[in-house]
Design a protein around this ligand. Sequence first.
Ligand SMILES: *[C@@H]1O[C@H](CO)[C@@H](O)[C@H](O)[C@H]1NC(C)=O
Ligand SMILES: *[C@@H]1O[C@H](CO)[C@@H](O)[C@H](O)[C@H]1NC(C)=O
Length: 265
Amino acid sequence: MKTPTEAAAPSLPASSILTLVLGRGRFQKVGDSLSLRAGDPLELRCRGKVVHWRVPVYLEEEGKERLRIKRFSRHSQLQLVNSTGADTGEYSCWAQHCQDGEGAEGEACKGTTFIFFTDPEELFVPTEDYYKVVQLHSHQPVLLPCQVTNPLAHVTLHREFPPEEVPVDGIDISFDVKKGFTIHRPRASLAGALFCLASLGGLRQISTKYMLIYIKYPSSSPKPTIQASATSVQLGENFSVTCTALGEPDIAVDFIWEYPGQKVS
Ligand SMILES: *[C@@H]1O[C@H](CO)[C@@H](O)[C@H](O)[C@H]1NC(C)=O
Ligand SMILES: *[C@@H]1O[C@H](CO)[C@@H](O)[C@H](O)[C@H]1NC(C)=O
């Protein structure tokens, strides 16, 4: 008998248009994610008449000669050879005209899966930069994109100096194996150099370093008010105009004046 927990568990879409080709005429449904070994070829098949594919950016830019897309009347096939850990990412396809009477707008017209290409020597998806500057805006979540090639890797977040682990509570900071760490509530104390540490088996590796720069933004812009010492003055008399900006402390305010005769003197 099914328990309520089982009934509520997420399941594969009834019929995704995206499948993994295992061999001649052998297909396997793809779930949310799947793991292949780096070096293995990848063959995906997407059902539909006019099919568009989306592959990870790295592959789009650097791996064109390893990637082949074949189009047939009722499906399209994506083939990738000599895969590497850097090919890890999201693979999706869209079909413009769905078969089997599936609605043109329906979810069934899109297939997406996240593929890990596990590399026993590279736990992190390689990036070009040794370090990356990340702006921490006070009111905006930010992603530290240390993406792993193996979903089984244990990943933690660390500060370089003083060396310490940064607590990840899932609320202020959370980890997603397909993305990296998201800082949901940036604060000044997080500024500095951070990196991710992945461990699997006996292997421990660190990611690109992230230089976090905290930028405080006021929650609302400063409110200016203007006041003149008199509403009318005789020619030759002195008068003053005072501009005041009210806002949060520690926010630098610039004043710019515009008035008649500005260009003259
Ligand atoms: C794949 O790797 C093999 C062996 O290193 C090489 O001969 C072949 O040219 C590569 N194919 C592509 C398309 O890069
Ligand atoms: C106007 O301002 C100037 C410069 O501050 C000052 O020398 C002068 O006495 C002022 N005139 C009057 C009428 O207040």
